[in-house]
Design a protein. Structure first.
Length: 168
């Protein structure tokens, strides 16, 4: 975890600054700033559009009674991509656009779902492979003369004796 934080707070800003300086030396300061602003505007429009699309897909999937695994990952990718687009710089903007842009997001979505179990995405209660509350017993063989409507029942007597209540 400390290495991840080091990369996030030290390496990424240094790389961003280096790339901005390189682009600025190639095309000039004003075009570089204009390009950064244009990418941010494009990203904000794309985030709004794709965020609403992901939300509608999520609600539709729930309305049809299906587990929204794909839609949850899509929404998270749009959110994460939006956060990257808010971060100034070309490297984070490219990564953010890749996560928000539908064709590349689909590829990332598939890769994530291939590596992550549904329980990790949605919790065990929403998992399509949710275990049953009680383990299933093997079916009893049906012999001749058995009624198919017959149900096996086990009754437990949980009443206490009068002696048990009195401490004796």
């Amino acid at each position: 975890m400390p290495i991840l934080l080091f990369l996030l707070f030290i390496v990424v800003p240094v790389v961003e600054l280096y790339v901005i300086l390189q682009v600025g030396s190639l095309i000039g300061v004003l075009p570089t700033v204009a390009l950064l602003v244009a990418v941010s505007l494009l990203g904000s429009w794309l985030i709004r559009r794709e965020g609403m699309r992901a939300w509608r897909a999520f609600r539709s999937t729930l309305a049809h009674g299906r587990v929204p695994t794909n839609e949850v990952v899509d929404g998270a990718l749009v959110l994460f991509g939006g956060a990257l687009l808010l971060t100034p710089g070309f490297v984070t903007d490219l990564l953010g656009l890749a996560l928000v842009f539908p064709p590349t997001r689909r590829v990332v979505n598939r890769a994530i779902r291939a590596r992550v179990r549904p329980e990790m995405l949605l919790g065990p209660a929403m998992s399509p492979r949710r275990p049953t509350a009680t383990p299933r017993r093997p079916a009893r063989p049906r012999g001749p003369g058995r009624d198919p409507a017959e149900v096996d029942v086990q009754v437990l007597d949980v009443r206490r004796n009068a002696d048990d209540r009195e401490g004796g």
